[in-house]
Design a protein around this ligand. Structure first.
Ligand SMILES: Cc1cc2nc3c(=O)[nH]c(=O)nc-3n(C[C@H](O)[C@H](O)[C@H](O)COP(=O)(O)OP(=O)(O)OC[C@H]3O[C@@H](n4cnc5c(N)ncnc54)[C@H](O)[C@@H]3O)c2cc1C
Ligand code: SF4
Length: 490
């Protein structure tokens, strides 16, 4: 053997990263299941199950392809690599550039040599070139540049269909009398069962742990859900926890799928199977736009960005996040229950329910980040940090998003079917049955009015605040709500 190739648990791909040039005759492969990754924090078991079982399946696949593979359980990644060297010899170690600042520093200090990280469609240097030219980092501008550069859904220099973005046709509330397709289930094999036993849990059948399973999920999404993706992408319904979302983020993030093939499948459905442009464009934008932008911004904004707290939010994490029985708010209870069950909810519950509550209650962004990081199946540093610090909690003072994603009960009443039957009334901002979101929305604007009045994109909201005749009562109710939420009684 001439080299050791270290494969991180988020780089499980034969055709990308360090394995792209691997040769079974010369390269030994090392995967490390580090205790740092599995213990020490209250990680969601479904998340651990998915990460561990995917890596073990991948190690087995490498073996069947003739590679010498060491799958090591050790205290840390570096301990695991050192352990592997005891049998493989003191060979030079290579890996693909890691996906987080911490790992980047740790592995480079240990003398590990990097090959470029090609798990994204945009090399980091190219993203920097784009970002350095911007006054404000508007995702939509980046997305247009991506469409042109990657030549996706383009007709010459124009977007296919004549529009860059079909969002105005989407954003529908949950449909009535609608038949949702069945959820795709993934059967468990011996490796899955062994991992579940080690973790002391029974895994759901929601998540695949092999590339074959991930490909099935992709096919199922394209054939069954893609057409409906656009119209209902912002809706939340108690009738279906996934709606038409793809459930592909775990596989995109651990390497079992690559963005290129996911985008190609969606574009092909448009070109050959008549999938509607409004849905295909919306989905493609998530992958070549949002996903790439978030990763690029993670590296561009640097390591200290995660510690930003420009709204001075100091509240401790509310108990309802760790225990759904600690709230009477229908929408929040249901979303937290979804997370408890399968370690996932789609974008809008993450943003407009979980994060909206953290934002308007003034929850400390780093505490909220830690919780999200521990609970979500697709959470990794590069994706959680900008989404939480920038998009969700506005803790960066607007570097990523020009205005905070705060909303009252009216938005949730329109986009979800949770308000009917809730103890609280989305229209009320004062009184015992006032919707906590509605009260906190106004109180949040009031608390930060000095910062927001300089923001022209907040003009409408601040004008609304100025017109409120019952602000003293709203402030008093907000205090009760915040006390009740912290006590787990609201
Ligand atoms: C507060 C918050 C936290 C989030 N945390 C994560 C996370 O830890 N991991 C993660 O992969 N996504 C995260 N997202 C983005 C998005 O919510 C998830 O990617 C999506 O819900 C995953 O489900 P899906 O695969 O069915 O997505 P779909 O709705 O089917 O979208 C397709 C794909 O687009 C990509 N995508 C869309 N939006 C984003 C985004 N804002 N950032 C990065 N990728 C995006 C994902 O790869 C996703 O799989 C977060 C969003 C918010 C608001
Ligand atoms: S009334 Fe408020 S708390 Fe209840 S479900 Fe609606 S938005 Fe959520």
């Amino acid at each position: 053997m001439k080299r050791i190739l270290y494969v991180a648990f988020d780089q499980l791909n034969l055709n990308h990263g360090v394995l792209k040039t691997a040769n079974p005759g010369e390269d030994a492969i090392v995967l490390v299941e580090s205790a740092r990754m599995t213990t020490g924090r209250p990680w969601h078991k479904e998340r651990l199950f998915f990460l561990l079982s995917s890596a073990r399946h991948f190690a087995l696949e490498l073996e069947t392809r003739g590679f010498t593979v060491q799958y090591v359980q050790a205290a840390t990644t570096l301990d695991g690599i050192a352990e592997a060297k005891k049998t493989l010899g003191d060979l030079p170690v290579f890996c693909a550039e890691p996906s987080s600042h911490v790992q980047m520093l740790l592995l480079s200090e240990a003398g590990i040599q990097f090959v470029p990280n090609d798990f994204f469609l945009t090399p980091r240097a190219l993203f920097f070139q784009w970002a350095e030219k911007q006054k404000t980092y508007v995702m939509e501008n980046f997305y247009h540049a991506q469409r042109v550069r990657l030549n996706i859904l383009m007709q010459g220099t124009d977007p296919v269909g004549g529009r860059w973005n079909y969002d105005a046709d989407n954003r529908l509330p949950p449909p009535k009398n609608y038949t949702w397709p069945d959820y795709l289930e993934h059967e468990r094999d011996a490796i899955d069962l062994a991992v579940a036993k080690q973790l002391g849990m029974e895994a759901t059948k929601t998540w695949a742990t092999t590339r074959a399973g991930a490909l099935l999920q992709l096919e199922y999404f394209v054939s069954t859900h893609l057409a409906g993706f656009g119209p209902y992408e912002d809706a939340i319904t108690k009738e279906n926890w996934a709606l038409h979302h793809s459930l592909l983020s775990p596989y995109l993030n651990n390497g079992l799928l690559h963005a290129e093939e996911v985008v190609a499948a969606a574009v092909s459905a448009f070109e050959t199977q008549g999938a509607p442009i409004g849905s295909v464009e919306a989905f493609v934008r998530q992958i070549i736009g949002w996903r790439e932008y978030i990763n690029g911004m993670y590296w561009f904004l640097g390591e200290d960005y995660r510690n930003e707290n420009q709204l001075g939010a100091t509240r401790k994490l509310l108990p309802l996040y760790r225990d759904s029985s600690k709230t009477k708010m229908n929408c929040v209870k249901s979303v937290v229950q979804d997370v408890e069950q399968r370690s996932w909810t789609h974008h809008i519950p993450r943003l407009m329910v979980l994060s909206n509550l953290a934002l308007t209650t003034g929850t400390n962004p780093q505490e909220f980040l830690d919780w999200m990081r521990e609970q979500f199946i697709d959470a990794t540093d590069w994706v959680m940090v900008p989404n939480i610090i920038g998009m969700a909690t506005h803790a960066d003072g607007g570097k990523l998003m020009t205005k905070p994603y705060a909303s009252g009960g009216a938005y949730l009443n329109k986009m979800t079917d949770h308000c009917k039957g809730c103890f609280y009334d989305p229209k009320k901002r004062t009184g015992d049955d006032a919707c906590p979101f509605t009260t906190l929305y106004w109180d949040f604007l009031d608390r930060h009015k000095d910062a927001f009045k300089k923001n022209h994109r907040m003009f409408q909201q601040m004008s609304g605040l100025n017109r409120l005749s019952d602000l003293p009562e709203v402030r008093a109710r907000a205090e009760e709500v915040l006390r009740g939420l912290s006590a787990g009684s609201i």
